[in-house]
Design a protein around this ligand. Structure first.
Ligand code: 3PG
Length: 216
């Protein structure tokens, strides 16, 4: 188990180093999902979090993993052991949760797909650290204290690497990305709901390019 957790943490480290931004998307149409994912990959953001907030989310995840080359698609808003099993069956390469619970962590430990669990306090970080987690989501990032908060966490808890998510945009992403304990940020601004609704794939590709170049 310990070795498997180490290997999964190494895999998360690679995924989080692929690009500075993980677009967080909510989808209900597999054809749009594929077109959107192609636009993000073309724009330089191959890691995508598909939230499990619609009945069609698993179908969209499957369509993306089957049809889009070079994508690294994950399931987001994972709340239950049943969703963990379904995400693995739909081809998810990683999973993200807004927080964690004993049941969720146990199910994740019995699954080959790595989980990036959400935390907002040092106590939560320490609890997951005891179970071998080194890569965590910081959620909701802006509302929980922003970049200054994560900077403060770094002194006593330097072993963790974060993907802050929640309230992040092109305007404030860089202050997080500049922190040594941040590998990437997540957010819905790149492939926004209105752009997906309008099938604005060119706009999504451009937003992805802009996000890819946030650090210059
Ligand atoms: C979410 O829960 O939808 C993600 O954290 C994205 O948050 P955002 O819409 O504030 O980017």
């Amino acid at each position: 188990m310990a070795n498997q957790q180490t290997e999964k943490q190494d895999r998360l480290a690679k995924i989080m180093a692929e690009a500075p931004v993980i677009p967080v998307v909510t989808l209900d149409d597999p054809r749009k999902a594929v077109a959107m994912a192609r636009a993000l990959v073309a724009g330089g953001l191959p890691v995508i979090e598909i939230t499990l907030r619609t009945p069609e989310a698993f179908e969209c995840l499957r369509a993306i993993t089957d049809e889009v080359e070079e994508v690294i698609a994950g399931a987001g808003t994972v709340l239950s052991p049943a969703q963990i099993a379904a995400a693995e069956n739909s081809g998810a390469q990683f999973m993200v949760s807004p927080g964690y619970s004993p049941k969720l962590v146990e199910a994740a430990e019995n699954c080959a797909v790595p989980l990036l669990p959400g935390t907002a306090t040092p106590s939560e970080m320490m609890q997951l650290g005891e179970r071998g987690y080194r890569h965590l989501k910081f959620f909701p990032a802006m509302q929980a204290g922003g970049a200054a908060y994560l900077k403060s966490v770094m002194a006593p808890l330097p072993q963790f690497r974060f993907c802050p998510t929640g309230g992040i945009s092109a305007d404030n992403a860089v202050e997080f990305l500049a922190l040594p304990n941040v590998l990437c940020v997540g957010g819905s601004w790149v492939a926004s709901a209105d752009k997906i609704e309008a099938s604005d794939w060119t706009g999504i590709e451009q937003a992805a390019k802009d996000a890819r170049n946030l650090l210059g």
